[in-house]
Design a protein around this ligand. Structure first.
Ligand SMILES: COc1cc(/C=C/C(=O)SCCNC(=O)CCNC(=O)[C@H](O)C(C)(C)COP(=O)(O)OP(=O)(O)OC[C@H]2O[C@@H](n3cnc4c(N)ncnc43)[C@H](O)[C@@H]2OP(=O)(O)O)ccc1O
Ligand SMILES: O=C(O)CCC(=O)C(=O)O
Ligand SMILES: [Fe+2]
Length: 362
């Protein structure tokens, strides 16, 4: 059935929900209809929009060259960036450029599928909870929707992926995960040494990288980009996030100057990967490493994609400050929480900046 539209606008919000969510057209479908104005549900309150006066053009997150990763100066730069910024970019990281290009192409292939093909992976239709196509962040919980569609792939095994993940992107995403794992291990090794954890044994390995979720994000051209957001202010609930972005730009990170209401652009650098600390690592390190708020603006002229790999504890792990960081008598800031409870808390509310971590505070 055709959506109920008049003069390229929806007549009511249930017709919009039906078209975008129930029928799997997503915001990409809305964008491609050539709407003249942004539908009301996507209009964000003024305080959640990012205005020019809050940009800090002269600042930049660190860019770290991983060529000589065994050099202690690299480890020191990584730990320093994780403490002060919570965000950095890495170059010369050894993940081949073809692997990155292939996963970007695969992302376009998935989102270019007809709506009924993508909708096979929606929350209602997907054969597994580990594969989910969706739009916005948590449409049931949000007062204002976000201008983004996504495919979320929770990795269980290559066997499961080969049965359940969409064939148009499966191999490329798996390859991206495989090739990135080496970098993830190097970074975690450096970060652990920085907080006196000498060895990553099996229990630590599980806490640090026991589960992997990869999202394919698609931000289509938006009719009124300044009225909405691509992704609202949030910190990730991961240990570390490895993010591949395309050449469009639009990711902003909260700065660490003055009152903190300043936002720094993360410029696309060909072949680089953006790394950020997530809440789980902030909790494990008892606030030594910081998970920092970030957001994505909408774009009025270009489609944008990004592919984050969220490296997480296992859902069944209990997370809290590591004994090594408390050894010198430091007071724990966080209690022990079941990681899947933490993630469910995150997903059941709208994006609300750094508030998720309060769930684990003592
Ligand atoms: C989508 O836009 C986003 C996403 C993000 C994500 C940032 C991250 O850091 S993701 C890393 C999250 N960590 C993990 O996935 C590893 C641990 N996993 C788990 O603990 C579990 O797999 C689980 C995610 C908690 C799901 O557990 P399960 O027992 O199967 O519970 P459910 O009832 O299925 O789900 C609970 C609740 O969460 C919603 N949900 C589940 N998966 C997703 C998903 N991939 N995307 C969105 N929402 C999800 C689910 O709908 C349930 O909510 P209800 O309201 O329906 O109860 C950052 C920024 C973004 O814009
Ligand atoms: O698209 C981006 O650049 C960032 C997306 C993001 O923050 C997320 O998916 O958690
Ligand atoms: Fe994020």
């Amino acid at each position: 059935m055709a959506p109920i539209i008049r003069d390229r606008q929806f007549t009511d919000s249930s017709a919009l929900t039906d078209f975008v969510i129930n029928r799997g057209n997503g915001v990409k479908g809305l964008s491609e209809m050539g709407l003249k104005a942004l539908p009301k549900p996507y209009i964000q309150p003024l305080e959640e929009r990012l205005c020019m006066t809050k940009f800090v053009p002269q600042q930049s997150i660190p860019i770290i060259d991983m060529s000589y990763w065994k050099n202690p100066r690299v480890a020191s730069a990584v730990c320093d960036a994780a403490e002060k910024w919570g965000f950095f970019q890495i170059v010369n990281h050894d993940v081949p450029i073809e692997v990155l290009n292939n996963v970007k192409d695969a992302t376009y292939r998935f989102f270019d599928l007809p709506a009924d093909q993508k909708n096979k992976y929606s929350k209602e239709n997907s054969a597994s909870k580990n594969v989910r196509f969706g739009t916005s962040f948590s449409p049931e919980a949000e007062k204002s929707l976000e201008w983004k569609d996504y495919l979320s792939l929770f990795f269980v095994s290559e066997e499961e992926a080969s049965m359940l993940w969409p064939p148009v992107c499966r191999e490329q995403v798996l390859d991206y995960i495989r090739r990135t794992e080496v970098v993830i291990k190097k970074l975690l090794q450096m970060l652990m040494e920085g907080i006196n954890v000498k060895e990553i044994d099996e229990a630590k390995r599980s806490l640090l990288m026991g589960s992997i979720r990869t999202n394919l994000n698609y931000y289509p051209i938006c009719p009124d980009p300044e009225l909405t957001v691509g992704v609202g202010r949030h910190s990730d609930v991961s240990t570390l996030t490895i993010l591949l972005q395309d050449e469009i730009g639009g990711l902003y990170v909260r700065g660490n100057q003055g009152d903190g209401d300043n936002w720094i652009h993360v410029p696309p650098i060909k072949g680089s990967l953006v790394i950020n600390v997530g809440d789980a690592l902030q909790i494990l390190s008892n606030n030594r490493y910081k998970s920092v708020e970030h957001r994505v603006i909408a774009n009025g002229t270009k489609n944008r994609i990004s592919v984050p790999i969220f490296v997480n504890p296992k859902p069944t792990d209990i997370i809290g400050p590591l004994v090594e960081v408390l050894k010198n008598g430091e007071k724990p800031i966080y209690k022990q929480v079941l990681y899947s409870d933490y993630v469910k808390h995150f997903f059941r509310k709208a994006h609300d900046g750094k508030k998720t971590v309060e769930f684990a505070e003592i």
